[in-house]
Design a protein. Structure first.
Length: 304
């Protein structure tokens, strides 16, 4: 009898992923690259151009802000850089006054914001770390300052003292200090209960070392990311005071003062109002966009 030959075809073995030559390549997940918003890019370009123009205004080929360059209330026109945005009621270049007015808005917004940031952050950091009666007293003072209407405070200071850059800086600094106190205190409370802070205490570290070496580096990023938003609010506040005639006295130009000077000719020469209003809008919008971008990037309490 002949042998029965097994004609069943051989079943190929299934491919084992774990036995591949390079399993890491198949399981690797490409990193997701976050695309920067075009609004953030525009904001950075606008703020950079504005700062450079304000710093180097004396070197630009534009007329001085207090010298007439043409007839009063000329509409914007091409052909001359001084007449690109028109002239005001005294024939002065609107472009020149916008650039020199940027110095006032940016300096006041930056200096008042930085002073409020430094003072408020240190006070809030101290209260959040030590707690108890010191924290209760600091919180009570911050709440009382926040309850007082900011505009009333600024109007009172401007009426008591002579309107000047120093008076505005002092008033705006007082306005923003409570916001930084509350933000710094909340972050200090959260970081003070972390394990590395308790470990530093157990190892005998002093309060100053824990505050400035352990807690402050973690609190600094979200506080600094909040600064551009505060600067935007300060620019609006300075413009409001100048519009009411309680800001920087003339002939020094300010955006709010330019709007106040041109409001009576709004129907016949709208550019006297819309040109400085547009400068305020783009500056405040850019600072808010930059602040939101920094908060999303550096604030660990925001979900991504």
């Amino acid at each position: 009898m002949t042998d029965i030959v097994n004609t069943t075809p051989a079943i190929p073995k299934a491919h084992d992923v774990s036995t591949t030559d390079n399993p890491t390549t198949e399981l690797a997940v490409p990193a997701v690259r976050q695309r920067r918003s075009i609004l953030v890019i525009f904001s950075i370009i606008w703020l950079t151009a504005l700062i450079l123009a304000a710093v180097f205004a004396n070197l630009l080929p534009i007329a001085p802000y207090d010298v007439p360059v043409g007839a009063p209330r000329l509409s914007p026109a091409f052909g001359s850089l001084d007449l690109l945005l028109g002239t005001d009621t005294f024939g002065r270049s609107e472009l020149s006054r916008i650039i020199y007015g940027a110095r006032v808005s940016l300096v006041i917004g930056t200096v008042a914001g930085l002073f409020g940031f430094l003072i408020g952050s240190l006070i809030g950091l101290t209260g959040g770390y030590f707690g108890r009666h010191l924290d209760s007293g600091i919180s009570l003072i911050a709440d009382a300052m926040l309850a007082f209407p900011p505009l009333i405070l600024l109007l009172a200071l401007a009426s008591i003292f002579q309107p000047s850059a120093g008076t505005i800086l002092f008033g705006l600094t007082l306005v923003v200090i409570p916001a930084f106190i509350r933000l710094s205190r909340a972050n200090a409370l959260a970081w003070s209960s972390r394990e590395f802070v308790r470990a530093a205490k157990n190892m005998g570290a002093g309060h100053s070392r824990i505050l400035f070496k352990e807690i402050l580096p973690n609190v600094l990023a979200p506080l600094a990311a909040y600064l551009p938003i505060v600067m935007a609010a300060l620019i609006v506040a300075e413009g409001s005071l100048s519009f009411l005639g309680l800001g920087i006295p003339p002939p020094t130009p300010s955006w709010g003062g330019m709007i106040s000077e041109g409001k009576d000719a709004l129907s016949t020469s709208p550019h006297l109002v819309f040109v400085p209003a547009t400068a305020i809008f783009f500056t405040v919008f850019s600072l808010n966009q930059l602040g939101d971008h920094l908060r999303t990037k550096f604030d660990k309490t925001i979900g991504h």
